[in-house]
Design a protein around this ligand. Structure first.
Ligand code: NAD
Ligand code: 2YJ
Ligand code: MG
Length: 263
């Protein structure tokens, strides 16, 4: 499992502002607007307790501080506990947190203690990046290319299918690709296949931990690439050459999706 680094989270407020402006350009709504519309929820006064967790690889410098900035950006009243782990959880609840945010190396969760709802970052991230891309106002068809069908990518691809898109999918893991083709009914995409290489997409969704995963041949002018995957799926040069609108941000969009989903 790829862990976030403090470098990924540098200038998180600026990264969020830029992502918000791209989301607005692509969909006509900002991130908050998409979450509100999609989940049908609105925050009122929920206090969010952020608990640092030391297990496994331990505390990531600036992870909790970034969550504090992100929750503040979306209008939530939040605080980071002084203590980590179980003592931090106790501190969060004793200090009136209604929603707990915490992550170890495998799971990043949001738990609303009042209504019992719980959210996992991976599906919430995949679904919201797919939802944003699905609203691309200038899409030329309902065809989507989904690259990377793992814990984030699979729920994203499934979301496009549920919304009636024709989904072409690719994963470097052949067995996973085959499994996903049969469970979701998506069309396998093969970047090495000559005829697939002539297909262009105005909506591309990417969720892999690798760079340069999107072949140039599939990119259409002014397409949207919605990609939670870190590092970036496409080079700056290709982005510029095709006027790509990129939706990419390391933590905030997925966290907003988690929070709105537990309200
Ligand atoms: P995962 O390991 O479950 O899935 C990744 C998938 O990508 C795997 O199935 C793998 O076979 C596939 N893959 C790897 N290289 C590929 C390539 N070159 N072409 C096609 N497929 C390839 O990981 P995950 O939990 O789904 O996370 C995916 C990425 O999303 C990671 O980089 C993770 O850090 C990032 N992530 C970002 C956010 C965010 O908010 N931006 C949130 C969660 C995860
Ligand atoms: O509390 C801390 O500082 C750490 N225990 C945070 C760990 C963060 N976890 C991850 O980055 C994992 N990849 C799982 C969350 C997925 C979000 N991209
Ligand atoms: Mg995100």
């Amino acid at each position: 499992m790829a862990l976030l680094t403090p470098e990924d989270l540098e200038n998180i407020n600026k990264q969020l502002q830029e992502a918000d402006s791209s989301v607005r350009k692509v969909t006509g709504l900002d991130i908050k607007g998409i979450c509100k519309d999609f989940y049908g929820t609105t925050p009122c006064c929920e206090k969010v307790g952020i608990v640092p967790v030391t297990s496994g690889n331990g505390i990531i410098g600036s992870f909790s501080a970034s969550l504090h900035a992100i929750t503040g950006y979306f209008g939530f009243d939040s605080f980071v506990t002084d203590m980590p782990d179980v003592s931090g959880y106790y501190e969060a609840v004793r200090n009136g947190a209604q929603i707990i945010l915490m992550a170890d190396d495998n799971t990043f969760l949001a738990h609303n203690l009042k209504n019992g709802k719980i959210a996992n970052n991976q599906p919430c991230t995949g679904i919201i990046y797919a939802e944003i891309a699905s609203r691309h106002l200038k899409a030329d068809s309902k065809d989507v290319l989904a690259v990377g069908l793992g814990k984030v990518g699979f729920p994203g691809a499934a979301h496009f299918v549920h919304k009636g898109f024709r989904v072409y999918g690719y994963d470097a893991d052949k067995a996973l690709l085959e499994k996903t083709v049969s469970s979701l009914g998506i069309i396998p995409f093969d970047p090495d296949n000559h005829s697939d290489n002539f297909r262009k997409f105005s909506i591309i969704f990417e969720a892999t931990p690798c760079a340069n995963t999107i072949p140039e041949s599939v990119i259409s002018e002014n397409c949207v690439i919605s990609t939670p995957g870190i590092p970036c799926a496409i080079s700056k040069e290709l982005q510029k050459k095709y006027g790509v609108e990129l939706i990419m941000e390391p933590l905030g969009i997925g966290t907003a999706s988690m929070l709105y989903s537990v309200l």
